[in-house]
Ligand binder design. Structure first.
Ligand SMILES: [Cu+2]
Length: 421
């Protein structure tokens, strides 16, 4: 009894805090559940036709910018990759029309959704493939709440590699967990785009060179703006062809609350700062940021935070290239072999890159070059998030940024760098 009262008071306090920092996202489902935000993306418009929510996905090819300077011919839905996020409430009946504007057959599979077998979207097995130019209708009821995905189940390797994917959010009819103030969806993906090419290679099996959240590589990923003390939910799906992504959070610790299989019981939740999102799976985690700042959220595989780089090079770190540099300079004035001291700042030199390609690492930060690109974005945690448009850098209070140690500091603490091995 006492426990219930205490929990109630805690709930009320949280409610008050949530009101104080209420996000601008509209409430769309029972219990004050707010609309999800798809950074760099959109939500599928649905119209109510006699109690059924009707939507339309058009599969097709279009031009897509992965990052400034790199445009590709992508395949997706409604002119975007990922396709628009499908957002509904548990119990909703939907009728989803799928028009095929590709030059080959397709279908749409509602990944993780429990529905009648004939609506599962597996071409050849549960339905005829949708021929080019035709429109099929899918109709079913979302019995379960959760976060799911959609993608083709026809020529899977090609169609998914070229960008055909999307997220599905089903808000619970009766919310179970704590109410969140911000709710974001991200789709992790990986591409192989040869330097200068516009057509990603669907045959690639391991050397992926553009890694993305919602089909944008940093610095093109839109930051996630949030307030100190807000409860934040991030739902990450992974329809990369081949790689799992360990997504690491700076500045917060979080708990896994849902997968695409359902809710994680409270007793089974661990505090983590890295969530492995396997291929073909969704991971949903929640956290309450306490420290304002610009905090990275990124795949921790180091090659997944690089933009377009090749890997077939000899080891240069530690190499003495002075002899060969002198000889090459006779032919190319100013020539200098790179990478012998390490690869930091490789883009600082402003080397020209071929047309339609991006430097391997490339974000300009408030303190210089950020040596990361790819599957990287920024959590912008602010005291007044409503005043933030996502473009400004965090202004650090004086004395809170790592800086060069002064001789006085070193002397006072007995640190002598020259004598330390
Ligand atoms: Cu990764």
């Amino acid at each position: 009894m006492q426990l219930t009262v205490a929990a109630g008071a805690l709930g009320a306090a949280r409610e008050a805090l949530a009101k104080a920092v209420a996000s601008s996202q509209p409430v769309v489902a029972p219990g004050g559940q707010r609309a999800v935000v798809t950074p760099n993306g959109s939500t599928l418009p649905l119209k109510d036709v006699r109690g059924v929510k009707v939507g339309h996905l058009v599969a097709g090819e279009f031009e897509h910018e992965l990052a400034p300077g790199l445009r590709i011919k992508a395949w997706g839905y409604n002119g975007s990759t990922p396709g628009p996020t499908l957002e509904v409430t548990q119990g909703d009946r939907v009728r989803l029309y799928v028009t095929n504007r590709l030059r080959e057959v397709t279908s749409v599979h509602w990944h993780g959704v429990i529905l009648p077998n004939g609506m599962d979207g597996v071409a050849g097995l549960t339905q005829p493939p949708i021929p080019p130019g035709e429109t099929y209708a899918y109709e079913f009821t979302f019995k379960d709440a959760g976060t799911f995905m959609y993608h083709p189940h026809a020529d899977e390797m090609t169609q998914m590699a070229l960008g055909m994917n999307g997220m599905i959010v089903v808000h619970p009819r009766v919310p179970t967990g704590l109410r969140v103030d911000r709710d974001f969806v991200l789709m992790a993906h990986e591409w192989t785009v040869a330097t200068g090419a516009a057509r990603p290679n669907p045959l690639a099996m391991n050397d992926f060179n553009v890694l993305t959240f919602n089909s944008k590589a940093y610095p093109a990923t839109a930051p996630l703006v949030m307030g100190v003390g807000e409860r934040v939910r991030v739902r990450i799906g992974n329809l990369s062809p081949m790689d799992h992504h360990p997504i690491h959070l700076h500045g917060v610790r979080a708990q896994l609350t849902w997968t695409d299989g359902g809710e994680v019981p409270a007793s089974a939740r661990l505090w983590e700062t890295t969530f492995l999102v396997p291929v073909g799976a969704v991971r949903v985690f929640e956290f309450v940021p306490t420290e304002p700042g610009d905090w990275p959220m990124h795949c921790h595989m180091t090659h997944h935070v690089m933009n377009q780089m090749g890997h077939g090079f000899p080891v240069m770190v530690g190499a003495d290239a002075s002899a060969i540099d002198a000889r090459v300079r006779a032919l190319i004035p100013g020539y200098m072999t790179m990478g012998h001291d390490g690869m930091a700042g490789m883009d600082e030199m402003g080397m020209p890159v071929p047309t339609n390609s991006i430097p391997m690492k490339a974000g300009q930060g408030p303190f210089g070059l950020i040596d990361m690109g790819g599957m990287f974005t920024i959590l912008k945690v602010r005291d007044r998030p409503e005043a933030e448009d996502g473009t400004g850098w965090y202004q650090h209070p004086p004395g809170t940024v790592a800086a060069q140690a002064t001789p006085a500091q070193l002397a006072a603490d007995g640190i002598d760098p020259s004598r330390q091995r």
